[in-house]
Design a protein around this ligand. Structure first.
Ligand code: GLA
Length: 497
């Protein structure tokens, strides 16, 4: 019997109820070691509890987050459930152990034996006292929102040295480099562990980080990397906990130009009150690394990060949870950013997460809305698709230089919503040349005709020039304002002077 069974309170009295739900005794805590092709072993824990109320429990995913199980039910001899990370489980007893199959919504599958585990295995390491708050000087980077590519949205754990090199090649050959994309950013799953001196070591997917940086630099591009202030990243890989200075020096020695620093398992050690101090540790470490490294904070908007991120030398900070490649996720995030506009400016930007353009879950109109909205929000433009095989339509969206010019406008003022009526929204932002960028967004599924008056977007008189940034056309200004057809989930994006 699993030793934790008694801790979980399922004694003889509930046995009958258990057998009603399922004949097997699966109660307890189980550890499942998943051996990855990268040579890394990830630890996941399954905590199961069956009683009259049914089957409940949680998964301590990647040893980083405890996520409740949902939809649990008996199916044949198995128990089937999922967690809202897009992980689907099928478990069945196998001797004293469990046999577990996980399938992932994004594709892929892992199969492993889960063995009885002790609760103490899940205990986080002791906290190191956070430092006193101080201001880390601005690093002088990201005068305009960073542009580049990040591996996560499309590749997740399938990123490797070859993908990064081929992506760098594609950034140049597709015209994206000429359009302003610079950073080639490796997200989670590159890490292995630490050597005897405590130096971070990449896993088998990245044989030589220094050589990879040299290659990316030889293309005129820059290389980014990812870590966490916790012991483990969100994917369960080695984090920078208690090695911050050392890791920053390693990144500098490799030639890294950008760090995304993701809270993840730090939440098991610190509280939200510690956020600024913990990010300050890495801000300081980067400042002492001897290399100019963009500092990207990823803690999903906790603790009003926009109010303090510049004080830890943060150049950008995530304002939300993770984006998904669908209209609801993208539009819920994008159209809810307006209140954060006052916090963005040259050197420090709100980050509503990376782009999904070209990943296949939205229509071309929806992707144009996504790209327009992110540009209006002065958001970092981090392509998240497979640049090696993108369609001409995707490339045209990502390289629309007139839209990119709005995102990269030197004034660095983020757009706000200035009009909203029945799902049609007008957003406007002032530009360095005295003009305005205006987005007329249709959040409804059906095409509509809509418009706005010039005063609404900040103009004192009729504009002398109106430019449609998707059609690449100059329009004749009407003294009454603008009126036009907007596709369902689509946008008309204008530059007015
Ligand atoms: C978190 C971040 C994502 C990505 C993954 C990697 O979910 O928000 O952007 O970095 O971790 O594990």
């Amino acid at each position: 019997m699993n030793p934790l069974r008694h801790l979980l309170g399922c004694a003889a009295t509930c046995l009958a109820l258990v057998s009603a739900a399922h004949a097997a005794d699966l109660n307890g805590m189980w550890r499942m070691d998943i051996h990855k092709a990268s040579g890394v072993t990830l630890h996941n824990y399954i905590i199961l509890h069956q009683d009259a109320a049914g089957i409940r429990g949680s998964v301590f995913a990647n040893s980083s987050f405890e996520v409740p199980i949902a939809g649990a039910h008996a199916e044949g001899g198995d128990i089937v459930f999922h967690i809202n990370w897009g992980w689907n489980f099928r478990v069945r007893p196998e001797g004293a152990n469990l046999h577990v199959v996980i399938t992932y919504d994004g594709g892929g599958r892992d199969e492993a034996v889960a063995v009885p585990a002790a609760a103490s295995e899940m205990s986080p390491p002791a906290a190191v006292a956070p430092p006193a708050l101080r201001t880390v000087p601005y690093n002088g980077l990201a005068a305009t929102p960073p542009m580049g590519w990040n591996s996560w949205n499309h590749f997740a754990e399938k990123v490797d040295d070859r993908v990064v090199r081929e992506t760098a090649d594609a950034i140049v050959s597709s015209g994206m480099a000429a359009a302003g994309y610079v950073y080639v950013n490796i997200d989670d799953t590159w890490e292995s562990g630490r050597d005897a001196q405590g130096n971070i070591v990449p896993n088998l997917k990245f044989p030589d980080m220094r050589a990879l940086a040299d290659y990316v630099h030889s293309k005129g591009l820059k290389l980014g990397i990812y870590s966490s202030p916790g012991p483990l990243t969100c994917g369960g890989y080695e984090g920078s906990y208690r090695h911050e200075e050392q890791d920053a020096r390693t990144y500098a020695a490799w030639g890294i130009d950008y760090l995304k620093y993701d809270w993840c398992s730090a939440g098991r050690i610190y509280t939200k009150a510690d956020l600024q101090a913990i990010y300050q540790v890495m801000g300081d470490a980067l400042a002492h690394s001897g290399r100019a490294i963009v500092f990207s904070l990823c803690e999903y908007g906790m603790g009003d990060v926009w109010t303090w991120a510049p004080k830890v030398s943060g150049n950008l900070w995530r304002t939300t949870g993770d984006i998904s490649d669908n209209w609801k996720s993208m539009s819920d995030i994008g159209f809810n950013q307006g209140r954060l506009a006052p916090f963005a400016g040259p050197g420090h930007w709100n980050d509503p997460d990376m782009l999904e353009v070209g990943n296949g879950g939205m229509s071309a109109d929806e992707y144009r809305t996504h790209f327009s909205l992110w540009s209006m929000l002065a958001a970092p433009l981090m392509a998240g698709n497979d640049l090696r095989s993108m369609s001409a339509e995707t490339r045209e969206i990502l390289t629309n230089h007139e839209v990119i010019a709005i995102d990269q406008d030197a004034l660095g003022r983020e757009a706000v919503r200035v009009q909203e009526h029945e799902g049609v929204e007008v957003w406007a932002r002032p530009l360095a040349d005295g003009g305005f960028a205006v987005g007329l967004f249709n959040r409804n599924a059906a095409e509509t005709t809509a418009g706005f008056g010039w005063a609404t977007v900040g103009l004192k008189a009729s504009p002398v020039a109106v430019r449609d940034l998707w059609r690449h056309e100059d329009l004749v200004a009407d003294a009454a304002g603008f009126r036009g057809v907007v596709p369902g989930h689509g946008v008309v994006l204008l530059r007015v002077n």
